[in-house]
Design a protein around this ligand. Sequence first.
Ligand SMILES: Cc1ncc(C[n+]2csc(CCOP(=O)(O)OP(=O)(O)O)c2C)c(N)n1
Length: 678
Amino acid sequence: MANAIGSLAMDAVEKAKSGHPGLPMGAADIATVLFTRFLKFDPADPAWPDRDRFVLSAGHGSMLLYSLLYLLGYEGVTIEEIRRFRQLGSITPGHPEHGHTPGVETTTGPLGQGLANAVGMAIAKRHLAAVFGEDIVDHWTFVLASDGDLMEGISQEAIALAGHLRLKKLIVLYDDNAISIDGPTLLADSVDQVKRFESAGWAAVRIDGHDPAAIAAAIEAAKRSDGPALIACRTTIGFGAPNKGGTEKSHGSPLGPDEIAAARQKLCWSAPPFEIPTDIRERWVAAGEANKPARLAWEKRLAAIAADKRAAFERRIRGEIVDALVPAVTSLKQKLAQEPKEIATRAASELALDVLTAALPEMVGGSADLTGSNNTRAKGMKTLDASNYSGTFIHYGVREHGMAAAMNGMALHGGIVPYSGTFLVFSDYCWPAIRLAALMGQQVIHVMTHDSIRLDEDGPTHQPVEHLAELRAIPNLKVFRPCDAVETVECWQLALQSKHGPSVLALTWQNMPQLRRGFDEHNRCATGAYELIAADSGPPIVSLFASGSEVAVAVEARELLAARNISARVVSVPCFALLLALSEVERAAVIGTAKINVTVEAGIRQGWDAITGSDGTFVGMTGFGASAPYKDLYRHFGLTAEKMAEAALARLGKQEIHDRRMHDRQAPHATRAPGGYE
Ligand SMILES: Cc1ncc(C[n+]2csc(CCOP(=O)(O)OP(=O)(O)O)c2C)c(N)n1
């Protein structure tokens, strides 16, 4: 049965003329034991909530997973799709993509991420089991990880967190083949992985990964562990390939016809390419059907629990938002209309979270050791830890990489809307996972505070400058930068309603005036940008665009311009992605037709031109910040209302000269209008 996997991998990579045959051939014995004797799943219902999760963290070995899904009878994963490995439009892309192929639990390829996703899945499982009972939430998370997965730094964060949280029912099968792309791993690594895992609180053993009895015995033993478990399976990469097996030559390129013929002979596999002997195929299909009774029994158990509990569980698994969200947001906005608050947007976010987490029990929050600064712990939240998995707040430790990837795992597991906290500048440490959340269309929400150079004397290491632009560049990610308490509440609502992609809330360290006065039941941030203050009279000459803390700067600049008889409007831009998603007509209406567009943001210019055109004037940062009291910094870097007004005036002056020249050219004898702006 294992040779069926190996042969399909060899054949598919050969046909595609690219791919990685070594891992599927080397790990075929492990996968066969796991899928035929341990894993609980039903190909007829790949989304069965109580299935065991299998994460192929080493995504380059995707043919291992595709072979399994085909052999086990997952609908749509046909032999034609195996033949179309890596081709446009196939469901067998180079690396496994969640949502693209049934049975693929997460998108893997960037090494280490899958392992950290699995830790999140295991957290989700323990949490939901504590909330809804083991009767309906009782499954395992298995990971196949490679040398590369364990070399990546993110693995350390994931392993440490899993060990600390005593995540029983998480088993990592390590494909310990001691080969990576450059050659033997000894070229770059001499870690004793068993000791490493043990020191993080895992049970860990080393076995022969080609001995089915040893693999089965190790899984049995790991299942008895009271924490997470590692099984280091010593394997031969490209197992069966007589010349290239055991070397990096089988890692990431087709074996070639001669080596494939020799491997077939060595493995006693005489079936032609892409053909599986009937008796072997039947045994695989039978393995795929083995858990149907378990699934049906689970459905009965689910039907038997109290109706309200069942409804809550089903709603959360479907990822449906509660009806209570809109009333909760409305009442908070009403309160803010009655009693405006001059608070930091991170503090406004905490106010929002107090209300939202009470209404949405699926929200599981946390922070990477900046809880008090990120304000992500809402009233009444209990800590989720090894003594209480029903808690909803996770102290992730100083582990942004691991946190963001674990959050993806929680979202993928289902039943949880994870949100986190760190400083915006450390979004760099979350970036790979945020990108994958966007690629997979998963709802995770990152609260990122201290969102500009305005954060007191911490200096340029802590001052985000390029980060908003970086994050806005990720497709399918919404970056929200609210300007005050009301916008913060609205942005939270939008993030919670964005079910098919991640969001980042960039929030201020410092207090912000409440610019939104009065009550408006509409979520004005929903269009990504909107006119916050119209021009005093007639059509505006200047449009001032800003996000977050700089909206207040734009409001002041508007007054300075008004004092010189120049009418200006202020447009708040809390979310580029939503603005750019509007129709051209709607977008044009928001952007307006003022002569001059001036934008301000305490970050780099990149991205703003898409809104105001490349001839707009930008006031912002062109380099890194500095260490000083924040008021000095704003003056030093020119992020002031005066500078903004000056920029508008300078632009108007140039425009005026240009207009006059054009006018003179067209009507040389006309008298010049006196004027210029005061
Ligand atoms: C973050 C990241 N860096 C680099 C790569 C490119 N890459 C793909 S596989 C691999 C290493 C392969 O070694 P191993 O993990 O032992 O896999 P095996 O050789 O056993 O298939 C590398 C560096 C990657 N996929 N992800």
